[in-house]
Design a protein around this ligand. Structure first.
Ligand code: TYD
Ligand code: MG
Length: 476
């Protein structure tokens, strides 16, 4: 076999190049390429040499396999996002900005499991044992029988794990600090992270222990360097939130053992992370009821309805090109809603700056928020206050029609539970043909004002008074 030269690996996307260059052709990152040992050098001897393969027993799909009971952590927000608990032998990657609370969440999870009688090992590559202990003391968890180590060498860690009773969970905080003897490059490089992760994943599968890896996130939201690790692990969770707010959201991005649309909501308190069982109450806690430009959106996150307030501010622009600023929603969706308002409803916003904010730092991913956004925009423009006891949901199409969205009943029930008495929404899907199961149609828990086009909403808000939309003003 020809000798392979060292290769140049982009530390952002993992692409290999034959020579050093300033910019990675694959992902466009600058100054991200570093020289590393060729991947061939990291292959086990059995793959490099011409060893004759051993026969593998092939099995059928229907065979019985050892049932994998999930280990419930007891922190239900975490259990739900993981798909009902941790699966023994699986590897989970948790990513998040520094200081968001990953270590806090994991020490709390470790302590809960240890208290339930499981063997838990927590390896910190970033903090000394004393620091981890200090945090545990502050959280009132110092009594839990978690076994701690401050170590970064993967071979030493795996050797230690093999001793004694099989652990139920091993936490590695963080994967970027780990290094293995088998590769030359420095800790934190793609090759090191990938090789270390590989060894830990192999350990998890072989020993049947659940392993949680902590990963750092870069400025642009990727789990730093080792995007490659995401493909190797069974589940990728991200822990998000911003410094200005106390709550944190755990989201599944990939999960081989569960759904990916669930979220877990936590609040960072002086005593660690507290679960938030009813996030809508938290997001709506500081509502400004009498102000124009706010609408409550009845959204869904996975199986759970979440109500959030959408705030819009529409002001005459002082610039040649009006500003469009969005926090917590997709800017291209905002452009679309603005275009539909202008083209189909005659609401002229071309000379106005538009600021849109999802209250509390929440991030909405569903198109079902279109209607609430449109209502908030028109309310801000016209100065008409929307009814404070109403919620909005529905997807707006380019024709100006308002389309039905899934889970209408769950949204309505959550709104009713929180004291809302009316909803502005499109006609529910399938309501003309019964609700699919042929049974009696479920009675909605609150009054529904059905809208079929965005024009209905605009007319309804304009009729509420305040200043009138500009076009009508011109005509009148
Ligand atoms: P940490 O878990 O160390 O974050 P990560 O591991 O993601 O980098 O969390 C650190 C932050 O959380 C720190 O800024 C202080 C805050 N914090 C609290 O507010 N309350 C607490 O009880 C704890 C332990 C931390
Ligand atoms: Mg940490």
């Amino acid at each position: 076999m020809a000798k392979r030269a060292a290769s140049f690996i982009c530390q952002v996307c993992g692409a290999a190049h034959t020579r050093w260059q300033g910019k990675c052709d694959a992902c466009g990152a600058w100054n991200s390429i570093a020289e590393e040992a060729a991947p061939g050098d990291t292959l086990p001897a059995t793959l490099r040499g011409g060893r004759k393969g051993r026969l593998i027993a092939l099995e059928s799909l229907s065979g019985t396999s050892e049932d994998a009971p999930r280990i419930r952590v007891g922190i239900s927000e975490l259990d739900r996002v993981a798909g009902g608990g941790l699966v023994p032998g699986s590897v989970l990657l948790i990513g998040g900005d520094p200081g968001i609370g990953k270590s806090t969440l994991l020490i709390q999870a470790s302590a809960a499991l240890a208290t339930a009688g499981h063997r838990i090992i927590y390896v910190s590559g970033e903090e000394a044992v004393a620091q981890v202990r200090l945090r545990a003391e502050r959280l009132g968890l110092a009594g839990a029988a978690v076994e701690l180590a401050a170590e970064t060498n993967v071979e030493d860690i795996v050797a230690t794990l093999a001793e004694g009773r099989r652990p139920a969970l091993v936490v590695i905080d963080s994967i970027q600090t780990m290094w293995t003897d088998t590769v030359e490059s420095a800790p934190g490089t793609v090759t090191q992270v990938r090789s270390s992760a590989q060894i830990l994943i192999r350990y998890a599968k072989r020993a049947g222990a659940a392993v949680i890896l902590v990963g750092h996130v870069t400025k642009d939201g990727q789990i730093a360097g080792p995007r490659v690790v995401e493909h190797m692990v069974d589940a990728v969770l991200s822990f998000e939130g911003d410094g200005a707010h106390h709550f944190r959201i755990l989201r599944a991005q990939k999960n081989r053992f569960g759904p990916t649309d669930e979220i877990g909501v936590f609040e960072m308190t002086g005593l660690g992370l507290a679960e938030v069982a009813n996030p809508s109450e938290l997001f709506l806690s500081n509502r400004d009821r009498g102000a124009p430009g706010t609408a409550v959106y009845a959204g869904m996150e996975g199986t759970r309805p979440v109500l959030v307030e959408i705030q819009a501010l529409v002001v005459p622009t002082s610039l040649g090109t009006p500003r469009r600023a969005v926090v917590g929603w997709d800017p291209s969706r905002l452009s679309m809603v603005l275009a539909v308002l202008e083209a189909r409803c005659g609401v002229k916003l071309g000379a106005h700056d538009v600021h849109l904010n999802v209250a509390g730092g929440f991030r909405i991913t569903e198109p079902a928020a279109d209607l609430a956004v449109a209502a908030a925009l028109v309310s801000s423009l016209s100065g008409a206050v929307l009814p404070p006891d109403g919620v909005y949901f529905g997807e707006v199409s380019l024709t100006g029609a308002v389309r039905a969205v899934p889970h209408a009943m769950a949204r309505l029930k959550e709104a009713a539970k929180l004291g809302f008495t009316r909803a502005v929404a499109p006609e529910a899907k399938g309501s003309a043909k019964g609700n699919g199961n042929g049974g009696a149609k479920e009675e909605p828990p609150l009054a529904i004002e059905t809208v079929s086009s965005l024009g209905d909403i605009v007319a309804g808000i304009a009729a509420r008074g305040g200043r009138r939309p500009p076009r009508e003003r011109q005509e009148g």
